[in-house]
Write a protein that binds this ligand. Structure first.
Ligand SMILES: C[S@@+](CC[C@H](N)C(=O)[O-])C[C@H]1O[C@@H](n2cnc3c(N)ncnc32)[C@H](O)[C@@H]1O
Length: 367
Protein backbone atom coordinates (compact mmCIF):
# COMPACT_ATOMS: atom_id res chain seq x y z
CA UNK A 1 0.00 0.00 0.00
CA UNK A 2 1.30 3.51 -0.74
CA UNK A 3 1.38 5.73 2.29
CA UNK A 4 1.44 9.48 2.10
CA UNK A 5 4.41 10.36 4.33
CA UNK A 6 4.79 13.83 5.76
CA UNK A 7 7.21 15.45 8.19
CA UNK A 8 5.36 17.73 10.60
CA UNK A 9 6.09 20.29 13.26
CA UNK A 10 4.27 19.94 16.57
CA UNK A 11 4.51 23.38 18.19
CA UNK A 12 2.46 23.83 21.36
CA UNK A 13 1.78 26.90 23.50
CA UNK A 14 -0.26 25.70 26.48
CA UNK A 15 -3.39 24.19 24.95
CA UNK A 16 -2.78 25.75 21.56
CA UNK A 17 -1.25 24.13 18.48
CA UNK A 18 0.38 25.93 15.57
CA UNK A 19 -1.60 24.99 12.46
CA UNK A 20 -1.81 26.15 8.87
CA UNK A 21 -4.34 25.83 6.09
CA UNK A 22 -4.52 25.99 2.35
CA UNK A 23 -6.83 28.64 0.93
CA UNK A 24 -10.56 27.76 1.00
CA UNK A 25 -9.86 24.61 2.97
CA UNK A 26 -12.03 24.16 6.06
CA UNK A 27 -9.37 22.00 7.76
CA UNK A 28 -6.14 23.05 9.47
CA UNK A 29 -2.96 20.96 9.28
CA UNK A 30 0.27 20.61 11.23
CA UNK A 31 2.95 22.66 9.42
CA UNK A 32 5.24 20.57 7.23
CA UNK A 33 4.66 18.44 4.19
CA UNK A 34 5.44 15.51 1.96
CA UNK A 35 8.75 13.68 2.36
CA UNK A 36 10.19 13.46 -1.15
CA UNK A 37 12.09 10.46 -2.49
CA UNK A 38 15.66 10.42 -1.13
CA UNK A 39 14.91 13.04 1.53
CA UNK A 40 15.09 12.39 5.28
CA UNK A 41 12.06 13.41 7.37
CA UNK A 42 14.22 16.08 9.08
CA UNK A 43 15.28 17.54 5.70
CA UNK A 44 11.66 17.56 4.50
CA UNK A 45 10.58 19.36 7.67
CA UNK A 46 13.20 22.09 7.28
CA UNK A 47 12.45 22.56 3.57
CA UNK A 48 8.66 22.70 4.00
CA UNK A 49 8.78 25.08 6.98
CA UNK A 50 10.91 27.48 4.93
CA UNK A 51 8.74 27.14 1.80
CA UNK A 52 5.37 27.44 3.55
CA UNK A 53 5.92 29.46 6.74
CA UNK A 54 9.19 31.24 5.95
CA UNK A 55 10.74 29.94 9.17
CA UNK A 56 14.27 28.68 9.42
CA UNK A 57 14.53 26.11 12.18
CA UNK A 58 17.77 25.47 14.01
CA UNK A 59 18.76 21.97 12.68
CA UNK A 60 20.26 21.07 16.09
CA UNK A 61 16.90 21.73 17.79
CA UNK A 62 14.92 19.29 15.57
CA UNK A 63 13.81 16.40 17.78
CA UNK A 64 11.77 13.40 16.72
CA UNK A 65 8.59 13.07 18.82
CA UNK A 66 6.42 10.28 17.44
CA UNK A 67 4.74 8.96 14.32
CA UNK A 68 1.01 9.27 13.84
CA UNK A 69 -1.09 7.31 11.39
CA UNK A 70 -4.39 8.75 10.42
CA UNK A 71 -6.99 8.94 7.71
CA UNK A 72 -6.70 10.92 4.51
CA UNK A 73 -10.00 12.32 3.24
CA UNK A 74 -10.67 9.77 0.55
CA UNK A 75 -8.96 6.77 2.21
CA UNK A 76 -9.46 5.19 5.64
CA UNK A 77 -6.04 5.35 7.38
CA UNK A 78 -3.02 5.86 5.26
CA UNK A 79 -1.30 9.11 6.13
CA UNK A 80 1.93 8.81 8.10
CA UNK A 81 2.93 11.96 9.97
CA UNK A 82 6.50 11.85 11.29
CA UNK A 83 6.30 14.49 14.02
CA UNK A 84 9.09 16.70 15.38
CA UNK A 85 9.55 19.57 17.77
CA UNK A 86 11.94 22.35 16.74
CA UNK A 87 12.96 25.88 17.59
CA UNK A 88 13.01 28.90 15.33
CA UNK A 89 13.40 32.65 15.69
CA UNK A 90 11.29 34.58 13.14
CA UNK A 91 7.45 34.68 13.12
CA UNK A 92 5.71 32.27 10.78
CA UNK A 93 4.02 33.90 7.78
CA UNK A 94 1.94 32.01 5.21
CA UNK A 95 3.70 31.48 1.87
CA UNK A 96 3.04 29.48 -1.30
CA UNK A 97 -0.24 27.62 -1.17
CA UNK A 98 -0.66 28.27 2.59
CA UNK A 99 -3.13 31.09 3.19
CA UNK A 100 -3.28 31.21 7.01
CA UNK A 101 -1.14 30.23 10.01
CA UNK A 102 -2.63 30.36 13.50
CA UNK A 103 -2.36 29.06 17.02
CA UNK A 104 -5.63 27.16 17.51
CA UNK A 105 -6.95 25.93 20.86
CA UNK A 106 -7.33 22.15 21.15
CA UNK A 107 -11.05 22.65 21.84
CA UNK A 108 -11.38 23.82 18.21
CA UNK A 109 -10.68 20.22 17.11
CA UNK A 110 -13.59 20.25 14.68
CA UNK A 111 -11.42 22.44 12.45
CA UNK A 112 -8.41 20.09 12.52
CA UNK A 113 -7.62 17.74 9.63
CA UNK A 114 -8.49 14.09 10.45
CA UNK A 115 -4.88 12.95 10.89
CA UNK A 116 -4.22 15.76 13.42
CA UNK A 117 -7.07 14.47 15.60
CA UNK A 118 -5.94 10.97 16.30
CA UNK A 119 -6.81 8.89 19.31
CA UNK A 120 -3.79 6.60 18.83
CA UNK A 121 -0.09 7.37 18.93
CA UNK A 122 2.53 4.61 18.79
CA UNK A 123 4.33 5.34 22.09
CA UNK A 124 7.87 3.93 21.50
CA UNK A 125 8.24 5.82 18.21
CA UNK A 126 10.64 4.55 15.56
CA UNK A 127 13.95 5.77 16.92
CA UNK A 128 17.14 3.78 16.40
CA UNK A 129 17.05 2.70 20.09
CA UNK A 130 13.45 1.46 19.87
CA UNK A 131 14.04 -0.37 16.58
CA UNK A 132 17.32 -1.96 17.80
CA UNK A 133 15.47 -3.04 20.96
CA UNK A 134 12.84 -4.94 18.89
CA UNK A 135 15.41 -6.36 16.46
CA UNK A 136 16.95 -8.48 19.25
CA UNK A 137 13.79 -10.62 19.33
CA UNK A 138 13.59 -13.94 17.55
CA UNK A 139 10.76 -16.38 16.89
CA UNK A 140 12.31 -18.75 19.44
CA UNK A 141 12.78 -16.09 22.15
CA UNK A 142 9.42 -14.32 21.79
CA UNK A 143 7.12 -16.39 19.57
CA UNK A 144 7.71 -19.91 20.96
CA UNK A 145 4.02 -20.17 21.94
CA UNK A 146 3.16 -20.21 18.20
CA UNK A 147 5.75 -22.80 17.09
CA UNK A 148 3.28 -25.74 17.27
CA UNK A 149 1.09 -23.96 14.69
CA UNK A 150 3.84 -23.26 12.13
CA UNK A 151 4.51 -25.96 9.57
CA UNK A 152 6.31 -26.16 6.26
CA UNK A 153 4.27 -24.78 3.34
CA UNK A 154 1.87 -22.52 5.28
CA UNK A 155 1.17 -18.88 4.40
CA UNK A 156 1.57 -16.50 7.34
CA UNK A 157 0.97 -12.82 8.06
CA UNK A 158 3.05 -11.10 10.77
CA UNK A 159 1.22 -7.89 11.62
CA UNK A 160 3.15 -5.05 13.29
CA UNK A 161 6.36 -6.83 12.28
CA UNK A 162 8.68 -3.91 13.16
CA UNK A 163 12.29 -4.61 12.07
CA UNK A 164 11.24 -8.13 11.03
CA UNK A 165 13.54 -10.32 13.15
CA UNK A 166 10.65 -12.55 14.32
CA UNK A 167 9.16 -12.57 10.79
CA UNK A 168 12.37 -14.02 9.40
CA UNK A 169 12.29 -16.80 11.98
CA UNK A 170 8.77 -17.62 10.77
CA UNK A 171 10.06 -17.70 7.16
CA UNK A 172 12.64 -20.36 8.06
CA UNK A 173 10.00 -22.43 9.83
CA UNK A 174 7.35 -22.41 7.08
CA UNK A 175 9.58 -22.59 3.96
CA UNK A 176 8.69 -23.10 1.14
CA UNK A 177 5.55 -21.28 2.33
CA UNK A 178 5.62 -17.47 2.43
CA UNK A 179 5.38 -15.00 5.30
CA UNK A 180 4.32 -11.40 4.79
CA UNK A 181 5.39 -8.83 7.36
CA UNK A 182 3.20 -5.74 7.58
CA UNK A 183 3.86 -2.60 9.59
CA UNK A 184 2.49 0.90 9.26
CA UNK A 185 5.93 2.46 9.57
CA UNK A 186 7.89 2.67 6.35
CA UNK A 187 11.17 3.00 8.28
CA UNK A 188 10.59 -0.42 9.85
CA UNK A 189 9.63 -2.02 6.53
CA UNK A 190 12.81 -0.67 4.92
CA UNK A 191 14.93 -2.02 7.78
CA UNK A 192 13.19 -5.41 7.58
CA UNK A 193 13.70 -5.63 3.79
CA UNK A 194 17.41 -4.87 4.19
CA UNK A 195 17.77 -7.52 6.91
CA UNK A 196 15.99 -10.12 4.73
CA UNK A 197 18.20 -9.31 1.73
CA UNK A 198 21.35 -9.49 3.87
CA UNK A 199 20.24 -12.78 5.43
CA UNK A 200 19.32 -14.25 2.01
CA UNK A 201 15.77 -15.02 3.23
CA UNK A 202 13.67 -15.37 0.05
CA UNK A 203 10.23 -16.54 1.26
CA UNK A 204 9.45 -13.29 3.08
CA UNK A 205 7.83 -10.07 1.85
CA UNK A 206 7.41 -6.82 3.72
CA UNK A 207 4.84 -4.13 3.05
CA UNK A 208 3.33 -1.10 4.75
CA UNK A 209 -0.24 -1.38 5.98
CA UNK A 210 -2.48 -0.55 8.88
CA UNK A 211 -3.87 -3.33 11.06
CA UNK A 212 -7.32 -1.68 10.99
CA UNK A 213 -7.51 -1.84 7.22
CA UNK A 214 -5.11 -4.30 5.65
CA UNK A 215 -4.30 -4.33 1.92
CA UNK A 216 -5.12 -8.07 1.81
CA UNK A 217 -8.08 -10.10 0.41
CA UNK A 218 -10.45 -12.08 2.66
CA UNK A 219 -9.24 -15.54 3.73
CA UNK A 220 -5.71 -15.13 2.34
CA UNK A 221 -3.55 -16.58 5.14
CA UNK A 222 -3.33 -19.94 6.95
CA UNK A 223 -1.86 -18.26 10.04
CA UNK A 224 -1.77 -14.77 11.50
CA UNK A 225 0.80 -13.73 14.07
CA UNK A 226 1.11 -10.44 15.90
CA UNK A 227 3.66 -9.70 18.59
CA UNK A 228 3.72 -6.57 20.79
CA UNK A 229 1.12 -4.65 18.79
CA UNK A 230 -2.20 -4.92 20.67
CA UNK A 231 -0.97 -2.87 23.66
CA UNK A 232 -0.51 0.16 21.38
CA UNK A 233 -3.98 0.10 19.84
CA UNK A 234 -7.01 2.15 20.89
CA UNK A 235 -9.37 -0.51 19.47
CA UNK A 236 -7.71 -3.96 19.62
CA UNK A 237 -11.00 -5.79 18.98
CA UNK A 238 -11.48 -3.90 15.68
CA UNK A 239 -7.89 -4.83 14.75
CA UNK A 240 -8.50 -8.51 15.61
CA UNK A 241 -11.68 -8.51 13.50
CA UNK A 242 -9.62 -7.26 10.57
CA UNK A 243 -7.04 -10.00 11.21
CA UNK A 244 -9.90 -12.54 11.32
CA UNK A 245 -11.11 -11.29 7.93
CA UNK A 246 -7.83 -12.06 6.19
CA UNK A 247 -7.42 -15.49 7.86
CA UNK A 248 -8.86 -18.52 6.05
CA UNK A 249 -11.67 -20.45 7.79
CA UNK A 250 -10.04 -22.92 10.21
CA UNK A 251 -6.87 -20.76 10.26
CA UNK A 252 -5.08 -19.97 13.52
CA UNK A 253 -4.13 -16.61 15.04
CA UNK A 254 -1.45 -16.07 17.70
CA UNK A 255 -1.08 -12.75 19.52
CA UNK A 256 1.23 -11.76 22.34
CA UNK A 257 1.46 -8.59 24.45
CA UNK A 258 2.89 -7.53 27.79
CA UNK A 259 0.81 -6.81 30.85
CA UNK A 260 2.30 -4.07 33.02
CA UNK A 261 0.28 -5.32 35.99
CA UNK A 262 2.73 -8.24 36.17
CA UNK A 263 6.07 -6.43 35.84
CA UNK A 264 8.72 -6.90 38.54
CA UNK A 265 11.38 -4.23 38.91
CA UNK A 266 14.20 -4.17 41.39
CA UNK A 267 15.62 -2.56 43.43
CA UNK A 268 12.24 -1.03 44.26
CA UNK A 269 11.96 2.64 45.20
CA UNK A 270 9.14 5.20 45.32
CA UNK A 271 10.92 7.12 42.51
CA UNK A 272 11.02 4.03 40.29
CA UNK A 273 7.33 3.35 40.98
CA UNK A 274 6.52 6.95 40.00
CA UNK A 275 8.58 6.65 36.79
CA UNK A 276 6.81 3.39 35.85
CA UNK A 277 3.45 5.07 36.56
CA UNK A 278 4.48 7.98 34.31
CA UNK A 279 5.28 5.57 31.46
CA UNK A 280 1.97 3.74 31.90
CA UNK A 281 0.10 7.09 31.91
CA UNK A 282 1.90 8.09 28.69
CA UNK A 283 0.94 4.90 26.87
CA UNK A 284 -2.68 5.23 28.07
CA UNK A 285 -2.80 8.88 26.98
CA UNK A 286 -1.62 7.71 23.55
CA UNK A 287 -4.62 5.38 23.29
CA UNK A 288 -2.82 2.13 24.27
CA UNK A 289 -3.61 -0.34 27.04
CA UNK A 290 -0.77 -1.38 29.36
CA UNK A 291 -2.92 -4.18 30.77
CA UNK A 292 -4.03 -5.62 27.44
CA UNK A 293 -2.14 -8.90 28.13
CA UNK A 294 -4.81 -10.24 30.49
CA UNK A 295 -7.55 -9.19 28.04
CA UNK A 296 -6.18 -10.90 24.92
CA UNK A 297 -8.39 -13.97 25.34
CA UNK A 298 -11.49 -11.81 25.84
CA UNK A 299 -10.56 -9.68 22.83
CA UNK A 300 -10.04 -12.73 20.60
CA UNK A 301 -13.47 -14.07 21.58
CA UNK A 302 -15.09 -10.65 21.04
CA UNK A 303 -13.55 -10.57 17.55
CA UNK A 304 -15.15 -13.94 16.71
CA UNK A 305 -12.32 -16.43 17.31
CA UNK A 306 -13.01 -19.86 18.82
CA UNK A 307 -11.06 -22.40 20.92
CA UNK A 308 -9.07 -19.60 22.56
CA UNK A 309 -6.05 -20.74 24.61
CA UNK A 310 -3.99 -18.47 26.82
CA UNK A 311 -0.49 -18.77 28.27
CA UNK A 312 1.93 -16.42 30.02
CA UNK A 313 5.64 -16.17 30.70
CA UNK A 314 8.23 -13.83 32.14
CA UNK A 315 11.11 -12.29 30.23
CA UNK A 316 13.98 -11.29 32.51
CA UNK A 317 16.29 -8.82 30.76
CA UNK A 318 19.97 -9.78 30.97
CA UNK A 319 20.99 -6.11 31.27
CA UNK A 320 18.95 -3.11 32.39
CA UNK A 321 20.71 -0.63 30.13
CA UNK A 322 18.72 -1.20 26.94
CA UNK A 323 15.29 -1.24 28.61
CA UNK A 324 16.27 1.68 30.88
CA UNK A 325 17.26 3.83 27.90
CA UNK A 326 14.20 2.66 25.92
CA UNK A 327 11.82 3.88 28.63
CA UNK A 328 13.86 6.98 29.55
CA UNK A 329 14.12 8.33 26.01
CA UNK A 330 10.36 8.07 25.44
CA UNK A 331 9.57 9.96 28.64
CA UNK A 332 12.25 12.54 27.88
CA UNK A 333 10.68 13.22 24.48
CA UNK A 334 7.44 13.99 26.33
CA UNK A 335 9.25 16.48 28.56
CA UNK A 336 9.40 14.23 31.66
CA UNK A 337 13.14 14.60 32.31
CA UNK A 338 12.75 13.58 35.97
CA UNK A 339 11.41 10.08 35.20
CA UNK A 340 14.06 9.69 32.47
CA UNK A 341 16.82 10.32 35.05
CA UNK A 342 15.22 7.78 37.42
CA UNK A 343 15.20 5.07 34.71
CA UNK A 344 18.79 5.85 33.65
CA UNK A 345 20.09 5.77 37.25
CA UNK A 346 18.21 2.55 37.94
CA UNK A 347 19.59 0.94 34.78
CA UNK A 348 23.13 1.22 36.23
CA UNK A 349 22.22 -1.10 39.15
CA UNK A 350 24.34 -4.24 38.83
CA UNK A 351 21.92 -6.47 40.75
CA UNK A 352 18.78 -4.82 39.40
CA UNK A 353 15.98 -6.72 37.68
CA UNK A 354 13.36 -6.04 35.02
CA UNK A 355 11.02 -8.99 34.57
CA UNK A 356 8.32 -8.43 32.00
CA UNK A 357 5.08 -10.44 31.92
CA UNK A 358 4.05 -11.53 28.42
CA UNK A 359 0.61 -13.02 27.72
CA UNK A 360 -0.03 -15.06 24.56
CA UNK A 361 -3.38 -16.09 23.15
CA UNK A 362 -4.17 -18.43 20.28
CA UNK A 363 -7.56 -18.69 18.57
CA UNK A 364 -9.15 -20.41 15.57
CA UNK A 365 -11.36 -18.85 12.89
CA UNK A 366 -14.55 -20.87 12.57
CA UNK A 367 -14.93 -23.04 9.43
C1 LIG B 1 6.49 -2.92 19.70
S1 LIG B 1 6.74 -3.07 17.98
C2 LIG B 1 6.81 -4.83 17.77
C3 LIG B 1 7.61 -5.25 16.57
C4 LIG B 1 7.75 -6.78 16.45
N1 LIG B 1 6.48 -7.41 16.23
C5 LIG B 1 8.42 -7.32 17.69
O1 LIG B 1 7.72 -7.81 18.57
O2 LIG B 1 9.63 -7.17 17.79
C6 LIG B 1 5.11 -2.70 17.34
C7 LIG B 1 5.11 -2.44 15.84
O3 LIG B 1 3.75 -2.26 15.44
C8 LIG B 1 3.68 -1.21 14.50
N2 LIG B 1 2.33 -0.65 14.55
C9 LIG B 1 1.79 0.14 15.50
N3 LIG B 1 0.52 0.45 15.20
C10 LIG B 1 0.25 -0.18 14.01
C11 LIG B 1 -0.90 -0.24 13.18
N4 LIG B 1 -2.02 0.43 13.48
N5 LIG B 1 -0.84 -0.99 12.05
C12 LIG B 1 0.32 -1.64 11.72
N6 LIG B 1 1.44 -1.60 12.46
C13 LIG B 1 1.40 -0.88 13.60
C14 LIG B 1 4.76 -0.24 14.91
O4 LIG B 1 5.21 0.55 13.83
C15 LIG B 1 5.85 -1.18 15.44
O5 LIG B 1 6.80 -1.47 14.46
Amino acid sequence: MRLLRSACLVAEKGDQLLLGRVRQNEHWYLPGGKIEEGESPQQALQRKLMEELGISVDPKSVRYLYTVHGPAYDRPRDVELVCFSAQWKNSPCPLGEISDVQWLHRREQAKFAPAVVTSEIYTPGHTQNASDFMAKRTLESHGAFFLPYLKSGLSVLDCGCGPGSITMGIAVRIAPGEVVGIDFAQSQIERAKTAAAQGGVRNVRFDTGDVYSLPVDNGTFDRVFSHALMEHLADPVAALRELCRILRPGGVIGVCSPDWGGFMLSPPSPELTRAVDAYMALQSKNGGDVRVGRKLGLHLSAAGFEAVRISARYECYPSLEFIGEYLASQLEREGDARSAVVFRDWSQEKEGMFAQAWVSAVGVKSQ
